[in-house]
Ligand binder design. Structure first.
Ligand SMILES: C[S@@+](CC[C@H](N)C(=O)[O-])C[C@H]1O[C@@H](n2cnc3c(N)ncnc32)[C@H](O)[C@@H]1O
Length: 296
């Protein structure tokens, strides 16, 4: 495996903090939070949109919010005997929900080192790890998982990489294993090519990475063509930055912290308002979808 497993070092640092005097603890905690912030070293005006949001304290970075995440997890039915792989856990919010089901093992594969360190702080069990690596080529053994899922991580990929990642999920799963995705979608199957390209260009322009949502039928076809039988499809509005969704996803305190941070950083505020305006402008075309399937 090319990736690096994280877990004990960060957990140990946090334990050391817990043991020290209050002041030292505060400073060390701040240091760790700063070190763990993804997007470190990038200028705010160039940073991928999800890391702008994460640095402002937003933890839920997927288009359909926690409600659609819960629906995906319900359909995946994770149990004690499951070996779970999560692609791109980000700030580890779904990881924490999954761990409540006490699966036999949990492995996360996250490309961003700082995000991976954050996820590792939640992993205290023996067969739990977060690997810094690429979901298109994880290096994990064939048929080593019974559940694989990933949220808000395929939409940003090219067509070829989407296929590689779905193919990698298929390789990792045992026959009958379950795969779940939660992604942005186009609301119409018949969006003309010009309108589609304009929507992609507008979104890419504000989030500063590729944004290539598919229509629900195209997401389904992608899974089917890579060897999955689709089992469930659920949809939600794409309201990532709307006040109601912000409160539902982050809680009142989390939402207030986000707004407070926004007020103190004019460049971050500009980025967030620009993203929200673009999402609103394209709201008729955009939605969120969670699809689960089983390996044929
Ligand atoms: C929009 S965030 C979503 C994070 C989290 N899944 C969530 O829904 O809150 C995208 C995440 O995908 C990760 N990512 C993107 N491409 C990846 C890849 N090929 N392999 C692993 N992680 C990837 C990024 O580092 C980031 O953590």
């Amino acid at each position: 495996m090319t990736g690096k497993a994280l877990g004990n070092t960060t957990a140990q640092s946090l334990l050391n903090i817990a043991a020290g005097p209050v002041c030292a603890r505060k400073e060390a905690a701040l240091e760790i939070i700063t070190k763990l912030a993804p997007g470190e070293g990038l200028k705010m005006n160039k940073m991928p949109g999800h890391w702008v949001l994460a640095r402002l304290g937003k933890r839920v970075l997927r288009p359909g919010g926690m409600n659609l995440t819960r629906r995906m997890l319900e359909a995946l039915r994770i149990q004690h005997r499951d070996d779970v792989v999560e692609f791109a856990p980000g700030m580890g919010i779904t990881a924490r929900l999954t761990l409540r089901s006490k699966p036999a093992s949990y492995t996360a594969v996250e490309r961003d080192q700082a995000a991976a360190k954050t996820v590792a702080t939640y992993l205290t069990g023996e067969r739990q790890q977060c690997v810094v690596g690429n979901a298109s080529d994880t290096g994990l053994p064939d048929q080593s998982a019974t559940v694989v899922y990933g949220e808000a991580m395929l939409t940003m990929q090219t067509e070829e990489t989407k296929r590689q990642i779905v193919g990698e999920a298929h390789r990792l799963l045992k026959i009958g294993g379950r795969y779940g995705i939660h992604e942005m979608c186009l609301m119409s199957d018949n969006l003309d090519e010009k309108e589609r390209r304009e929507t992609e260009r507008a979104l890419t322009g504000v989030v500063h990475h590729g944004v290539r949502p598919l229509a629900v039928s195209e997401w389904r076809s992608l899974l089917e063509s890579e060897g999955f039988e689709v089992r469930s499809v659920a949809m939600a509005t794409m309201s990532l930055l709307e006040p109601g969704r912000l409160i539902r996803d982050e809680g009142m305190l989390g939402a207030l912290r986000f707004v407070w941070n926004l007020l103190r950083d004019s460049e971050a505020r500009r980025r967030v308002l620009e993203m929200r305006a673009t999402f609103r402008r394209h709201r008729k075309q955009l939605g969120a979808v969670a699809i689960t399937g089983s390996k044929r």
